[in-house]
Design a protein around this ligand. Structure first.
Ligand code: MN
Length: 310
């Protein structure tokens, strides 16, 4: 008797994740947009169907594009206040400079988690040596809103090289995950976030399957970088360059590679606890009220967000 009871418990546990798998709410295309000085990005949101996904404000796929030798397209000096920008590079090299004298370089797999807080001016450009020869550039930029109480903190960076980002694998070896923020498959991210955020890059070999825990109150979405996958309770098939928004109807998100795929499946799964605070945005400034935006525009015009002097 006791044995059967135990088996039932195990069965219940495996059913639990299946029963609480989220379903797909919306599938959208990323839209090609020129940003900065003509740098091509594929914007996942904001879009006509998604204004924001609290606490997330924007996701851009940067490129992929081929930079010609001496071509220095990028994002010259511009300000930010009130939120976090996360740059995750897959290919190529970038460098940044800011009005507080900080600078740094990003290569393939590196992450820059920049909390703009009270504000700064920075530039994000192809790295000088890389720009001389040119080459392929590909990456992502995510904007995450800050709580009212965090919007005025001193700007800070978490620059994390690829080798320091934890990678975990499923027992069958068919799925690996780079844990940029949060937890996955018993690996914990090294990046600290001010509010709970999950930022995972999954790679699934043909036939691979993973079920990721995502607290029910988190808003969650995925972006298919390449390949084709099956997502959520209904095993909805979604192809590359598309974004999937999940319903808040479960505590898990399942991702499967349908086995007939010719290549591996690469997916970003991003989720976070909503802030539920008013959002007033003016381009690179995200505050809670129009008065704060007016003040921020004034601060920027008067040079109080600083300028890059090196
Ligand atoms: Mn920027």
């Amino acid at each position: 008797m006791e044995k059967i009871k135990e088996d039932n418990n195990i069965l219940d546990k495996s059913n639990e994740s299946r029963n609480k798998d989220r379903s797909v709410d919306l599938i959208t295309n990323s839209v090609e947009t020129g940003e900065g000085d003509g740098f091509i990005v594929h914007r996942c949101f904001p879009s006509h169907s998604i204004r924001h996904l609290d606490p997330f404000l924007l996701l851009d796929e940067m490129g992929p594009l081929e930079l010609l030798p001496q071509e220095t397209k990028g994002f010259p000096d511009h300000p930010h206040r009130g939120f976090v920008t996360v740059t995750y590079l897959l290919e190529g090299k970038f460098e940044h400079r800011d009005s507080q004298g900080n600078s740094g370089k990003l290569g393939p797999g590196d992450v820059q988690w920049m909390t703009a807080g009270s504000g700064l001016v920075h530039s994000e450009m192809p790295e000088k040596e890389f720009a001389k020869t040119g080459g392929r550039l590909h990456g992502f930029q995510l904007w995450i809103n800050l709580r009212k109480t965090d919007k005025w903190i001193k700007p800070n960076y978490q620059d994390v090289p690829s080798r320091k980002i934890p990678i975990a694998r499923t027992a069958d070896g068919k799925v690996s995950v780079k844990v940029i923020a949060g937890n996955s498959l018993d690996a914990k991210a090294v990046i600290n976030t001010l509010t709970p955020i999950l930022y995972l890059h999954f790679t699934l070999q043909p036939g691979g399957e993973v079920v990721q825990h995502v607290p029910k109150n988190y808003n969650a979405f995925a972006y298919v970088i390449n390949g084709k996958g099956m997502f959520g309770k209904d095993k909805t098939i979604v192809e590359e360059k598309k974004m999937i928004v999940f319903k808040n109807d479960g505590e898990y998100v399942s991702i499967r590679e349908p086995e007939n795929g010719r290549s591996s499946l690469d997916v970003l799964l991003i989720a976070g606890m909503p802030l539920n605070e008013p959002i007033v945005q003016y381009g690179p400034f995200v505050m809670n009220t129009q008065e704060e935006i007016d003040k921020t525009i004034e601060d920027y015009r008067d040079g109080r967000l600083g300028k890059i002097e090196f």
